[in-house]
Design a protein. Structure first.
Ligand SMILES: Nc1ncnc2c1ncn2[C@@H]1O[C@H](COP(=O)(O)OP(=O)(O)O)[C@@H](O)[C@H]1O
Ligand SMILES: [Mg+2]
Length: 482
């Protein structure tokens, strides 16, 4: 976060309607009304000196941690009550409901900032697109965005409440598990451009159909600022629905991205190049070729979505495109590492951050596009995709087709649901099935040979990242990209 001042006591009190006070003691050395905070934190473990600590009631009650917060250097605490655990004299801002207090700070942060805001939702690619936007917009101004996937009922208000007054751009990842969750978040952010990256089978557990997911994603348009632009995935089956909902929500304009003819930001050709790729595109009717630092056709499409949104809020396209060459994949999201193996080198593609059917298909495509070295093979190490509801077995089994199409040679699979894939695979592709991902670590380590390309993918909870960790410990250049 920025240096120095983000919130004074007076501004925070005015924004929340809360009362400035301190519990007990006399407040001479620590005046309740004269603090100023450099940041905001909801977790005392990551709180930085000078932050306001917001005592949320979530999994635990933040009020239990007031002492830790002030020990860590909190400038003040936003609380719903002043419990015994608050150190004597510590400055407090008392409101009825601390989550509402955080939302009030967020709304005030938005009102005092004259920059442009972009909201990003979708079944996959939200965080990737947020990071791409950070680079694209950063080429022409200051950008505020969360360091992590802060996309839920507290993550979005927290990110917005941290928006510096003079930031030129704010980028907000907005997620959901259920219908109705995006509406209040987008109405808080009021984006000038709203992106739906893609709609696919994520969280099917909580939805009757993918159409239901499309409806939920389309809620993002309900918060568009006046004159706001909807950025839509033209290739997606639910494009017409998304467009209709954006229209109904009053979007002032639509911009499309995709591979299909007619996309305003269109991908014409994708070729792997170095650690990244070379793209041929057509942008607003003009053909353009350029290099990008992150591999994957899906990432190329995220980039076109990001460019479309950046253009919609007035950012410079040439500079944005130039910035794409400098991108580096984040941990577990397509990061490539050359690893040392007996007699040579192999390539690890770490996609282990998370998985659902859309992102799984994208990662398998990435493996298919990768060229193994002499004598090398394409190896997929797969953990389960979770939260898919009753269709989960079929969705796992159907990966067999994609793996065959991508010319994958060997498949390592772990977890009960992956049984369904295992059973659907041709004998020759079956390397090993294990009940859990730990059972794959040793065997995969032993199996990788010179020239192999190994792609690792699964839901967070599948722990398949353990395989990626073990292999990346052998990074040839000892330099772990981050
Ligand atoms: N547009 C996309 N379509 C399909 N998969 C994608 C897309 N963008 C990213 N992915 C893959 O989805 C996984 C999660 O990406 P991430 O950007 O963290 O998405 P999110 O924040 O929506 O969960 C990664 O493995 C990534 O490679
Ligand atoms: Mg995310």
């Amino acid at each position: 976060m920025g240096d120095g001042h983000l919130w004074t006591a007076y501004e925070a009190a005015a924004a929340t309607g809360g009362a400035l006070c301190s519990r007990g003691g006399d407040a001479e050395d620590w005046p309740a009304e004269e603090w100023s905070a450099a940041g905001i934190s909801i977790d005392t473990r990551s709180l930085k000196p000078g932050d306001i600590f917001v005592a949320l009631r979530d999994a635990r009650d933040g009020h239990e941690f007031l002492k830790n917060a002030f020990d860590a250097g909190a400038a003040a605490a936003l609380v719903a009550r002043a419990p015994e655990t608050a150190p004597d004299g510590a400055p407090l801002l008392v409101v009825d409901d601390t989550l509402q207090g955080l939302r009030d700070l967020a709304a005030a942060a938005r009102l005092r900032n004259f920059g442009k805001r972009i909201g990003v939702t979708g079944s996959a690619g939200k965080t990737s697109t947020k990071e791409i936007l950070r680079a694209v917009l950063g080429a022409g101004g200051s950008v505020h965005a969360a360091d992590r996937s802060f996309n839920n009922h507290w993550g979005v208000p927290l990110t917005l409440a941290r928006l510096p007054m003079h930031a030129d751009y704010g980028v907000f990842e907005i997620g959901m598990n259920h219908g109705g969750e995006i509406t209040p978040l987008t109405k808080l952010v009021r984006p000038h451009a709203a992106i739906v990256t893609t709609v696919g089978a994520a969280h099917l557990e909580f939805f009757e159909s993918i159409e239901g997911i499309a409806e939920a994603k389309a809620e993002i348009f309900l918060g568009l600022a006046p004159g706001g632009v909807a950025v839509l995935p033209l290739d997606n089956e639910y494009f017409p629905l998304l467009k209709k909902r954006a229209e109904e929500a009053g979007a002032a304009a639509f911009v499309t991205f995709g591979e299909k003819a007619g996309a305003d930001f269109r991908l014409l050709d994708y070729k792997p190049a170095g650690a990244g790729a070379r793209l041929r595109t057509s942008i607003k009717g003009e053909e353009r070729g350029f290099d990008v630092g992150i591999p994957g056709k899906h990432q190329a499409l995220n980039m076109l979505a990001a460019l479309a949104a950046a253009d919609a809020v007035g950012a410079d396209l040439d500079r944005g495109i130039a910035a794409l060459a400098g991108l580096e994949p984040a941990e577990g999201r397509g990061q490539r590492t050359v690893i040392e193996v007996d007699g040579g080198e192999a390539v690890l593609i770490d996609e282990s951050y998370n998985a659902n059917p859309s992102s799984m298909a994208a990662s398998i495509g990435l493996l298919g596009a990768a060229a193994p070295g002499a004598g090398g093979r394409r190896i997929a190490v797969l953990g389960e995709m979770l939260e898919l509801g009753p269709d989960a077995p079929a969705l796992h089994a159907s990966l067999a087709e994609a793996l065959i199409e991508a010319k994958v040679d060997r498949v390592y699979a772990a977890g009960e649901l992956m049984r369904h894939l295992w059973d659907a695979l041709p004998e020759a592709m079956r390397a090993l099935y294990a009940g859990s991902a730990v059972g794959l670590v040793g065997p995969v380590e032993d199996a990788v040979k010179s020239g192999d390309v190994v792609m690792i993918k699964g839901s967070n909870a599948s722990k398949v990242s353990a395989v990626a960790k073990a292999l990346s410990a052998r990074a040839a250049d000892r330099k772990r990209a981050s």
